[in-house]
Ligand binder design. Sequence first.
Ligand SMILES: [Fe+2]
Ligand SMILES: [Fe+2]
Length: 242
Amino acid sequence: MCEPEWPRAGRERMILPQPIACCGSGVSNIEAESLARLDGRHVFMMGDNPALTRMPERPTLLDFFRLRFGGITARHLLASASRALDDGMEDKVVLACLLHDLSNACLIRSDHGYWSAQMIAPYVDEEVAWAVRYHQALRYFADESVGYAYPESYRRFFGEDYVPPDYIRRDAEGARAHRWYMTSRLVTINDLYFFEEGPKVDPQRFEDIIGRHFRQPDQGLGFDGSEVAHMWRTMIWPNNFL
Ligand SMILES: [Fe+2]
Ligand SMILES: [Fe+2]
């Protein structure tokens, strides 16, 4: 089969880092100099980027795992869900573990539990999206009664004296009193950083659970006209200028 051409072949398609990546980070904002380079040979990146594997026309969740999610987050999600599956947890907990840090994999890290929950809400049971949303706040608060301690990794990430902000405390307190508390708490219990050790988990392992509990849109993620479709499209074309 002959591979279709990349968009606007022969021209240099310039990529600007996302504004949020430049804001306060020291990553230089090359907006002005890139605009100055625009001419017949230089345009901005739009559409498929040859540096990335082209996504199918109707991408599924597993396509995102295989073609877009990478590095530490992808391994972490697969390892967390595998552990939940090996421990005989319910499908909804396994699915929540598989998706809990979704936004970190290819979109945005800040407030990732909230972003990830929003991205999956149209496609999963409300309880799964709820568990993903609140794992973010619950991670900061130990619950010895179910064997969850404050993460050692957080001491290293943020320092011993880190105090989570009020909105996190408030959301954790609310979640603790909610009937779905344990679903979210089980996500945090499986939320371990086994980044380096262990065999690589094949995303295919979760095909059945995804098939049963993730309502894949026929048009593909990103193209179903849902209120979150643009978030999935941003992961398909993460370098688009607009
Ligand atoms: Fe998380
Ligand atoms: Fe996590």
